[in-house]
Design a protein. Structure first.
Lengths: 163, 188
């Protein structure tokens, strides 16, 4: 016997147990070796079990498997290739959102006053409205235009990239 | 009947070690894959089917096995190595299948009964029932050792266990099967 792989005669015993063709020395060995005795005990049953006819069965066509595997591989490759672009898009969305948040925070009081000035009661008080509108500078409106363009650009890029 | 190249479980594959073809060390093309598949698919299907007792699961896992095989971009020249890789992959997928079934609790770990109707033959029914009473690892050990004629090293690789553990595990599996056969009055 070998410590690592069991008895060296085990394959012979399995074969003999399955075929019923024993040599006297092998039979003697199987009687004295616990591993081989156990193998000989279940060997014939395992042989019979393996010989059972399986149900009528059509195995998948290898050509179809090959094509499917190649398709899956190319999909995976495409996903891997588009990963940097996806990350870039997420980064762009975050940057645009941060800019919008900063802009709104910076000019919140002026925007609030301007929105309030749009109600009918405030419209009567034209001077108040004029004051509120005055606090929203040209640069603010320019920033709104730039950020809106950037938002549309990022959104369009996402849609086109998906297509 | 089985499809071409799908002959079920030739015992021991006695000539395997001597006749396993050597392949050139280059990526597997479609023709080479087809040849390899036709040699292996029937055996792998039988192995998975005997392990799970579920023909549709065997179909599914067989496909997954070969998808994984192809995804690994096999370039190894030695077909024995490819064979071991396929058995290892199939074994992992079968064990995953059992784990998922256990987690879902929708499918019992035991083999489904629908495939083992008595009208397929009492003997077949009884044998499948006995085999299903073994643990999945014991089924794999016995099939690989007795039907595929795998060495302890090959079994260890397929089951991801230590080679020296195989001897003990195999002995226990045989004893357990022997006890089950005696209990059911099926001992040879």
């Amino acid at each position: 016997m070998t410590a690592m792989t069991g008895c060296r005669l085990e394959p012979d015993v399995i074969r003999a147990a399955a075929s019923g063709e024993w040599t006297s020395s092998l039979r003697r060995h199987a009687e004295s070796c616990a591993d081989c005795a156990a193998a000989a005990e279940v060997g014939p049953w395992m042989e019979e079990f393996a010989r059972l006819d399986d149900r009528e069965h059509i195995l998948p066509d290898p050509a179809v498997l090959w094509l499917k595997a190649k398709l899956m591989q190319s999909n995976a490759t495409m996903q891997r290739a588009s990963l940097p672009m996806t990350r870039l898009q997420i980064g762009a969305y975050l940057a645009v959102a941060a800019c919008w948040a900063s802009l709104l925070t910076w000019k919140w009081s002026a925007i609030e006053a301007w929105v309030k000035s749009l109600t009918p009661s405030h419209m009567v008080m034209a001077s108040a409205s004029a004051q509120a509108t005055a606090s929203l500078t040209v640069s603010f409106f320019a920033l709104v235009v730039v950020l809106s363009s950037a938002t549309v650009f990022v959104a369009m890029h996402t849609i086109l990239a998906e297509e | 009947m089985l499809a071409e190249g799908a002959l079920i479980a030739p015992l021991f594959v006695a000539a395997r070690a001597t006749t396993a073809p050597r392949m050139p060390n280059q990526p597997m093309d479609e023709a080479r894959f087809e040849a390899f598949y036709r040699r292996m698919a029937g055996k792998i299907w039988s192995y998975i089917y005997r392990m799970t007792g579920d023909a549709s699961a065997a179909d599914d896992l067989l496909q997954k096995t070969f998808f994984r095989f192809l995804r690994s971009n096999p370039v190894i020249a030695d077909e024995d190595h490819l064979r071991r890789y396929v058995y290892k992959t199939a074994t992992n997928l079968v064990f995953d299948h059992f784990r998922e079934a256990k987690r879902d609790r929708a499918v019992a770990i035991e083999m489904p009964q629908s495939d083992f109707r008595a009208d397929r033959g009492e003997l077949r029914h009884d044998m499948m029932r006995v085999f299903s009473e073994l643990k999945p690892q014991e089924r794999a050990l016995l099939w690989l050792a007795h039907v595929e004629g795998s060495s302890h090293e090959e079994i260890a690789e397929s089951l991801a266990v230590k080679t020296k553990s195989v001897k003990v595990m195999l002995f226990r599996a045989r004893k357990r099967l022997g006890a089950l056969l005696s209990k059911k009055g099926l001992a040879p």
